[in-house]
Every structure is written in structure tokens, then in C-alpha cells.
Write a protein of this length. Sequence first.
Length: 217
Amino acid sequence: MKNLVLLFSALIFSTSGVMATSTVEDKVAERNAYTNNDSFIFVENGITFSVYPDGEFDFYIDNRVTGRRNGVTFNSGYDYSPYAQYDDYGAVVQVENVAIYYDYYGRVTQVGDVDISYNNNRVRSVGGMSVFYNRRGFYDYHTGYINVYNRQYVYRPFHAFFARPIIGFSLVFNKPYRRFYSPIRYTYYNPYRYNTRRAYAKIGNTHRYNKVRSDRV
């Protein structure tokens, strides 16, 4: 399995813990299980998120997936457009009613009520869980847990499908291109129709305004 699953067992405290007992679970990284391809996995409002050390992320919505021809997570190819909202950069800014926030560099900083912070370009904390790295920059250990719903990691088969964005779709950039950008979010009320992911602004280029598009349904 991908280290991602184990690592973000680091999320052991994160996503699978308490939620592991139910459907919503968090993960806390296990000792020596962290690598650059691993991620912190946790559940927020019934949606499982996988956050990578550099700020990229993937997600999966239980009971929304039919078939596995193209994967079951957002980055592995499943079309979640009926449940997701996108901004001008093509970034997912809301999944159902879970709002997602980014910093100036395109790194995810908040998923619902879970805050994510960084240090030296790596995840420093996820909710109440602090992450520590060794001298080589690899995961070493963590303290605390993400939240009461994500105290420890519980493996789920779909965790193996979590992946980083494919080339050309990564939002993380070494320039603070989102400094003057604030996306618009709408209250989710039912599956969207004819909703597609269209990038009106180029990653890395500063976009200073929001244009309300009439093609949203």
C-alpha cells in the first residue's frame, strides 16, 4: 500500500481515530512510516481528505462513487463535479458544504474546521496534531491528534487510491500568486448539473478579482 496510507496513519490521530470507529476517521502517522509520497488522512463532515506534506491534497466521498474504472478519489480520476465548487484557478474551494482554503502559494490551509500550517515548506500541524521531521526532512513523529473525530488511523481500502494531482494540475507554486485572490463559495444544496472544472487564471499568475460566472447551475 502506498506509504500514504500508513503515513497518514500519522493521521492516526487525524482522520481515522475516533472516526475510524464510525465512518469518519482520521490518521496519525505511524513511526517511520512517513515518506514524501505519504499524506495525512482524516475525515471532515463525512468526506475523507488526504493532505500531502507540501500542501497538495486529494479527497473521497463515501456513498457518492459508482464503479472504479477511473479510480475513486478526485485525483485518481473520479468526477466529483456534482459535489465540488472550483475557483478561477481550477482549485477546489468547497466539497459539498466543506469549505477549503489556501495560502498565497496554493497550499491548503483549512479543510472545514481543520486548520493546517507549514514550516520550511512542510506540514507543521494538522488540527491539534503537531508533526516533526528528522534531519533528512522525513516524518519522525507527531504529538496530539487532529480532533476528537480523528484520534488515530484506521485503514480503509480506498486509501490506496489517494494520489497527488497529475502534472499540470498542482496548485502549489513558489510564488505567492493567490495573495490578492479570494474565491466565491456558494451554499451547497444538491448535486450540480453541467458543472465543470475550468481554469480562467493560470497557476502562478496573480489574479486580483472574482468574476461571477453565469454558467453555474
